[in-house]
Write a protein that binds this ligand. Structure first.
Ligand code: CAA
Length: 380
């Protein structure tokens, strides 16, 4: 077992930390307050090669491994979880499936600009009546000569308002259940494709979450990703990777909470001493640090397996489940340590508390992760 990082990992960490320290951290609170998409920061992240971290250089990416992705995402999330999820979706939910299932022509047309960050992508699976039950999609794609016609509504789509390309899952054969779903790449500006309601959210307020509408939206048949009927499998395999992203995002948010709680506990005096002197506070800090380390190790393990081409569905769900619930516990404790001040917007903990909340919901709820883990356990 080897717990050390490579020189490439350390170099990446240094570069991302500098970006976070100088450019992302200082604006995170304002972006959240104004619910403003971080255009400038995403442009910088693109220049740094962070939009396609795991994609080979020949397809516009940085050619790094999943451990690198995890390291970068933790740092970004520690500073601004909104910016982190925008980048995470583009990397793991958009670039990855196109790299894995796309044809050479599709990789040149779609993947290269997405991995370079010249374009932004979104992943359109969820629908008003199909959240956890992802196979229950109602959006249809009807094949005509040389094209598909899409009709339906997608909901809670991260990056949807800013995306140039959407990976859209739709039913092509209603008689085949999960095996009748196909994946398509739909470009912004295609007639019949529009952005609907923009959600007002509790956390991650600088990233957008929208409804997407497809009304007789006609796309060329070349935009089919993989084969007809492969869509559900593509979505599930893609989400396995995406869940590593949410796990490391959760670790980043929790780390922000711990670091700030440590600092504050040494500065805040009550009963004539810093509150860090009290056992009640020390126990909370100790538990927070232990849980963060445990979540980080689960996340690295899933990433390690993925990098070696080994099965990692169970491990990704375990990492996502534990890390997301851990981030909520840690944010709760950090706010407790800050007391009344933590409840105000003068301190960043209330933002992290809000940002942490969605991690047990998106890319599969905690309940779905438990189902996936149990299914994998029982398979053997
Ligand atoms: N890898 C490969 N194949 C998989 C798979 C995986 N991880 N999981 C399932 N499959 C395959 C199965 O093997 C099966 O194929 P066969 O019939 O050939 O055996 C097929 O897919 C159907 O699988 P299930 O019978 O298990 O399907 P199900 O309908 O019972 O659903 C589920 C399983 C795990 C509950 C799934 O619906 C699920 O993951 N739901 C949660 C959806 C989700 O995570 N949504 C998040 C939306 S995206 C988002 O949040 C992004 C954002 O904007 C940030």
């Amino acid at each position: 077992m080897n717990f050390s990082f490579t020189d490439e990992h350390r170099l990446l960490l240094g570069v991302v930390r500098e970006f976070v320290h100088k450019e992302l951290g200082p604006v995170a609170a304002r972006l959240d307050k104004e619910a403003r998409f971080p255009e400038e920061q995403i442009r910088k992240a693109s220049e740094m090669g962070l939009m396609g971290i795991m994609i080979p250089v020949q397809y516009g990416g940085s050619g790094m491994d999943t451990i690198s992705y995890v390291l970068a995402m933790e740092e970004l999330s520690r500073a601004c979880a909104s910016t982190a999820i925008i980048i995470s979706v583009n990397n793991s939910l958009v670039c990855e499936p196109i790299f894995r299932f796309g044809s050479e022509e599709q990789k040149h047309r779609f993947l290269i600009p997405l991995a370079r960050g010249e374009k932004l992508g979104c992943f359109a699976l969820t629908e008003p009546q199909a959240g956890s039950d992802a196979a229950g999609l109602k959006t249809t794609a009807v094949k005509k000569i040389g094209r598909y016609v899409l009709n339906g509504t997608k909901l809670f789509i991260t990056n949807g308002a800013h995306a140039d390309v959407a990976i859209v899952f739709a039913v092509t054969d209603v008689t085949k259940g999960a095996h009748g779903i196909s994946a398509f790449m739909v470009e912004k500006g295609t007639p019949g494709f529009s952005v609907g309601k923009v959600e007002e959210k509790m956390g991650l307020r600088a990233s957008d979450l929208v409804e997407l509408n497809f009304q007789d939206c006609t796309i060329p048949e070349e935009n089919l990703l993989g084969k007809e009927g492969d869509g559900f499998g593509i979505a599930m395999i893609t989400l396995d990777g995406g869940r590593i992203g949410v796990a490391t995002q959760s670790v980043g948010i929790a780390r922000a909470c711990l670091e700030e709680a440590l600092r504050y506990s040494k500065e805040r005096f009550q009963f004539g001493q810093p509150i860090s002197g009290f056992q009640a506070i020390r126990f909370m800090l100790a538990d927070m640090s232990m849980e963060i380390e445990a979540a980080r190790l689960l996340t690295f393990r899933a990433a390690y397996l993925k990098d070696r081409g080994l099965p990692y569905t169970k491990e990704a769900s375990q990492a996502k489940l534990f890390a997301s619930e851990m981030a909520n516990r840690v944010a709760f404790k950090a706010l407790q340590i800050f007391g009344g001040y933590g409840y105000t917007t003068d301190f960043p903990v209330e933002k992290w508390y809000r940002d942490a909340r969605v991690t047990t919901l998106y890319e599969g709820t905690s309940e779905i992760q438990r189902l996936v883990i149990a299914r994998e356990l029982l398979r053997t």
